[in-house]
Design a protein around this ligand. Structure first.
Ligand code: HEM
Length: 223
């Protein structure tokens, strides 16, 4: 049945060469942990991607119940956590995944750094990686405010005060982040928009560039 659907589409759009180019190629021996156990370090990028997918999917389900305004935000999270079927699991996945994805990304960056995989011709992919790093930290920072409890409020206050200490652009950064003088209604809607639209869109574009470059250049090594 699936083969029939594939053949039908292939006859019309000639997808086989495209598919072969993207996915049908041998994994080099030096990145395969079945051959050398120490090659497990090459899995960190893929694991980062796997958790990123979990974050996107669980986040999409969270937005079905989350209400991004200061009157209802906390209660909508409480309801999601305690009343909605599987809500505690979906929120738990997003909560723990947010930390795990940073850990994995960090391990991946260490692997790339200590193997010198950022060197010519992969400099551009390192630069894209650094941008991804900042986007990920931004997702963590903006997501933390959304439950709108005391921890969220004061953590964001600390974060914004750190941004304020940047020479010259500090006050502008504060106004940009808080949307006004205090952390309030404007800040919450702003963080919500940044968390669910702006940064994920940037992340998808950057990850696309990251993978295209890996596919084009191949994986580095063996050492
Ligand atoms: C969402 C975050 C990221 C994902 C999903 C991701 C994914 C991947 C994957 C799957 C690979 C193939 C090899 C491997 O897994 O080790 C890779 C390679 C690479 N990554 Fe990332 N990455 C991320 C973040 C970063 C960051 C933060 C940096 C550096 C600042 C970076 C720099 C590189 C470089 C230079 C390569 C080529 C390495 C080589 O050819 O040996 N990546 N990435």
């Amino acid at each position: 049945m699936l083969q029939k659907i594939y053949d039908w589409v292939d006859e019309r759009l000639d997808i086989t060469p495209l598919w072969r180019d993207v996915a049908d190629h041998e994994v080099p021996e030096h990145v395969n942990p079945a051959h050398h156990f120490s090659a497990f370090v090459y899995c960190f990028g893929g694991l980062t991607f796997f958790i990123t997918v979990i974050q996107i999917l669980s986040g999409m389900f969270l937005t079905m119940y989350y209400v991004p305004d200061i009157v209802n935000a906390w209660e909508s999270v409480y309801y999601l956590q305690n009343e909605v079927a599987f809500g505690v699991i979906v929120r738990g996945m997003h909560h723990w995944g947010a930390s795990l994805v940073i850990v994995m990304m960090f391990l991946h960056t260490l692997r790339v750094f200590f193997q010198g995989a950022y060197k010519k011709p992969r400099e551009l992919n390192w630069v894209v990686g650094v941008l991804i790093f900042f986007v990920m930290l931004g997702l963590g920072f903006t997501g933390y405010l959304l439950p709108w409890d005391m921890k969220a409020l004061f953590a964001t206050k600390v974060g914004i005060e750190i941004a304020m200490t940047i020479p010259v652009v500090g006050p502008i950064a504060k106004t940009f982040l808080a949307g006004g003088e205090i952390i309030g209604a404007q800040t919450l809607t702003r963080f919500f928009a940044i968390h669910v639209f702006f940064l994920p869109a940037a992340l998808l574009g950057l990850m696309g560039a990251h993978f295209l470059m890996i596919r084009k250049q191949g994986i580095s090594g063996p050492l």
